[in-house]
Design a protein around this ligand. Structure first.
Ligand code: SDX
Length: 431
C-alpha cells in the first residue's frame, strides 16, 4: 500500500474522525475510509463509484482531463505506434517491456495454447445459429472451467500463470469459432506460423474451399485494435472480474463474468451500437435530428461512441483509431464509405455544439473501431467479441494483481436501505 502521509478530518454530529490519506504516483489523493463504519457508524454512498477507488493498482493509469492513458507508464499512442499486442500483453502481465528473448518465449507459449480442447467444439453446436457471438463466448469461456482443471486453483501461482496464458491464447479461437458457427461455416483451426492478429483474421475468414491470405496492413490494423482495447483501469467489466475473483472463483468463471458485463451498450457493446446508430442516421443531412435527440432530456437516446466516465477530453485511443480507419478504408478502396462520412460529420457537428463541449463529451474508443471492423468484413455482432479478445489480457492482469495481494478480501459493499422496516406477516385472508 502507498504510504499514508496525511489525514482527512471528517466531522458529523458530535463525531470527528481522522482518516488516513494516500498520495499515488499519479492522479488524485485518496482517503482511506475502510475504518469509517467501525469508528463512526456510518457508510459512504457512491452509486456508480464516481468518486471511489476500489483498489490499489500499478497496471494502467488514465488522466481524463489530459486524455492520457498509460500502461505501466508507457503512453498508449507510443505503444500503438511502436509495439504490438503480444508485447503489450507481456507488459501488462509482468510490468516491464520484455527483452527479445523474453518476448520470443512469451509468444511461443501463447501460440502453443491457441487450440481449444476438441470436445469444446461440441458446445458451439448446442447454440442456435442466430445466437449472438457474445452469448456463445460467455458460455464457452465459462465452460473452460470444466476442461482445464489443472489451472483452476487460484492459490497456486503456477496454475494462475497457466490460466492466464490459456485465456489470452484461446480467446481469439473461441471468438472466431463463435463467428463461424453463426454464419454456418466450418471452424478453422489456429496456425502456429501466424502472429496473433493474422491467426485471428484467418480463423474468421478462411474457408476449406479457399484459404485466406492475410493482408499485412489489415493484420497491423487488427493488432492495433487489440492493443487499444487491452486494459483501462477499473472499468465496469474489470471491476466485475475483480469482484467475482475476490470470492476465490476460478479464473475462467471470472473472465466469463467480465465478458457478460462488457456486452452492455454503455460499455463494450457501444461499438456495435455506434455503428447501428451511424447506419440509422444514414445520411449527413439527418445528423442535426440525432444531435437534437441526444440533447433532449426527455429522450433516452445517446450518441453511441461519445462520452466517458473518466475522459473529459479526447479518448487517446479514439485518435489512434481514427488514423487507422483512414488507412484501412483507403487500402480497401472504401474511403468514401458513407458510414465513415456520417461519422466524421457527426464528430465535427457534435464537437462544435455547446452541449457536448459543456458536458465534455468527446468520441471514445468505440466511435471509430466499428467502422474499421465493418470495412474488414466483420458483422456488427462481432465488434464486442473482438473487444473481449483484447480486454482478456487486462482482465487477467488485474486478476493476477488482486489474487496475489496478501491483503485481498472478498468484495462486499453495504447499502443505503430505504425499504420497509420490520413488520409482522399478514395471513392472506387478512390482506
Ligand atoms: C467504454 O470505463 C471505461 O473505461 C470504459 C471503456 C473501457 O475501455 O473499458 O473506455 C470502454 O465503455 C467506452 C464508453 C462506451 N459507451 C458509449 O459510447 C455509450 C454512450 N456513452 C454514454 O452512455 C456515457 O457517456 C457513458 C456511459 C460512457 C458514461 O456515462 P457517465 O459517466 O455515467 O456519465 P453520465 O451518464 O452521468 O452523463 C453525464 C451527462 C448526462 O447529462 P446530465 O444528466 O448531466 O444532464 O452527459 C450526458 C448525460 O445525459 N451524456 C450524453 C452522452 N453521454 C453522457 N449525452 C448524449 N450522448 C452521450 N453519449
Amino acid at each position: 500500500m502507498a504510504d499514508s502521509t496525511k489525514t482527512a478530518t471528517l466531522s458529523f454530529g458530535d463525531t470527528t474522525i481522522e482518516l488516513p490519506m494516500y498520495s499515488p504516483s499519479a492522479g488524485p489523493d485518496v482517503i482511506d475510509i475502510s475504518k469509517l463504519y467501525a469508528q463512526g457508524g456510518v457508510f459512504t454512498h457512491d452509486p456508480g463509484f464516481t468518486s471511489t477507488s476500489s483498489c490499489e493498482s500499478t497496471i494502467t493509469f488514465i488522466d481524463g482531463g489530459k486524455g492520457e492513458l498509460l500502461h505501466r507508464g508507457y503512453p498508449i499512442d507510443q505503444l500503438a505506434e511502436k509495439s504490438h499486442f503480444l508485447e503489450v500483453c507481456y507488459l501488462l502481465l509482468y510490468g516491464e517491456l520484455p527483452t527479445a528473448a523474453q518476448l520470443e518465449d512469451f509468444e511461443f507459449r501463447v501460440t502453443r495454447h491457441t487450440m481449444v480442447h476438441e470436445q469444446m467444439g461440441n458446445f458451439f453446436r448446442g447454440f442456435r445459429r442466430d445466437a449472438h457471438p457474445m452469448a456463445v463466448m460467455v458460455g464457452v469461456v465459462g465452460a473452460m472451467s470444466a476442461f482445464y482443471h489443472d489451472s483452476t486453483d487460484v492459490n497456486d501461482p503456477w496454475q494462475r500463470e497457466v490460466a492466464a496464458i490459456r485465456l489470452i491464447a484461446k480467446m481469439p479461437t473461441i471468438a472466431a469459432w463463435a463467428f463461424k458457427y453463426t454464419i454456418g461455416q466450418p471452424m478453422v483451426y489456429p496456425r502456429n506460423d501466424l502472429d496473433y492478429a493474422s491467426n485471428f483474421l484467418r480463423m474468421c475468414f478462411a474457408v476449406p474451399a479457399e484459404d485466406y491470405e492475410v493482408d499485412p496492413i489489415l493484420a497491423r490494423a487488427m493488432d492495433r485494435i487489440f492493443t487499444l482495447h487491452a486494459d483501462h483501469e477499473q472499468n465496469a467489466s474489470t471491476s466485475t472480474v475483480r469482484l467475482a475473483s475476490s470470492s476465490g472463483a476460478n479464473p475462467f468463471a471470472c473472465i466469463a463474468a467480465g465478458i457478460a458485463c462488457l456486452w452492455g451498450p454503455a460499455h463494450g457493446g457501444a461499438n456495435q451500437a455506434c455503428l447501428e446508430m451511424l447506419r440509422e442516421i444514414g445520411t449527413v443531412d439527418r445528423i442535426p435530428e440525432f444531435i437534437a435527440r441526444a440533447k433532449d432530456k426527455n429522450d433516452p437516446f445517446r450518441l453511441m461512441g461519445f462520452g466517458h466516465r473518466v475522459y473529459k477530453n479526447f479518448d487517446p485511443r479514439a485518435k489512434v483509431m481514427k488514423k487507422s480507419a483512414d488507412e484501412v478504408l483507403e487500402l480497401l478502396g472504401v474511403e468514401n464509405n458513407p458510414t465513415l462520412q456520417v461519422a466524421k460529420e457527426l464528430e465535427a457537428q457534435a464537437l462544435a455544439d455547446p452541449y457536448f463541449a459543456e458536458k465534455k463529451l468527446f468520441p471514445n474508443v468505440d466511435f471509430y473501431s466499428g467502422i474499421i471492423l465493418e470495412a474488414m468484413g466483420f458483422p456488427t455482432s462481432m465488434f464486442t467479441p473482438i473487444f473481449a479478445v483484447s480486454r482478456t489480457v487486462g482482465w487477467v492482469s488485474q486478476w493476477k494483481e488482486m489474487i496475489s495481494d496478501p491483503t485481498m478480501k472478498i468484495g462486499r459493499p453495504r447499502q443505503l436501505y430505504t425499504g420497509s422496516t420490520a413488520r409482522d406477516y399478514v395471513d392472506v385472508e387478512d390482506r
